[in-house]
Design a protein around this ligand. Structure first.
Ligand SMILES: [Zn+2]
Length: 157
């Protein structure tokens, strides 16, 4: 699925970020964020863990990202009888997007280079039709490889 909003693009790019200095430089440039290598690694780790269902540690990290000390990100929406969240940075916006779309945050079953993606429906398993087709081909090939001997044996008889 297309990554249509900046926050969605940011969080998907972060989760799929290659562990090279070049990829990190391109990432910070593209999203206009000034982050060092350590911070990127830790944010990426949190994003990937959350994407894969999360852990207590990653939920703590998410809270630290979304709710800094000054609390300006949290407002009161009296009409909605609820608290509202106002991201103060693309990082917060990205992680908030991930939180709100956690049910659609999937890992491509084809384990491709862009494996962290947002699905249209909760039961989608592949990031694209290309990955779906590739996975199908692979399954067929593996099936044939696994059964090739059997067929040869049968033919001999
Ligand atoms: Zn894929």
């Amino acid at each position: 699925m297309e990554n249509t909003t900046p926050s969605r693009r940011f969080i998907a790019d972060l989760a799929n970020l290659e562990a090279t200095r070049e990829a990190e430089a391109a990432f910070t440039e593209k999203h206009g964020v000034a982050l060092d290598h350590e911070t990127i690694s830790s944010l990426k780790d949190t994003a990937q863990t959350l994407w894969s269902g999360g852990s207590d540690r990653s939920f703590d990290a998410l809270r630290e990202i979304l709710l800094p000390f000054d609390r300006k990100t949290v407002g009161v929406d009296w009409k909605a009888r609820s608290l509202s969240y106002q991201p103060g940075s693309i990082i917060q916006a990205g992680f908030y997007y991930l939180l709100q779309n956690a049910h659609l945050a999937k890992r491509c079953a084809n384990e491709c280079s862009k494996r962290f993606f947002f699905a249209k429906r909760p039961n989608e398993r592949y990031c694209s039709s290309k990955c779906f087709t590739e996975a199908q081909r692979k399954t067929k090939r593996e099936w044939w490889e696994a059964h090739a001997e059997e067929f040869k044996e049968r033919r001999k008889k």
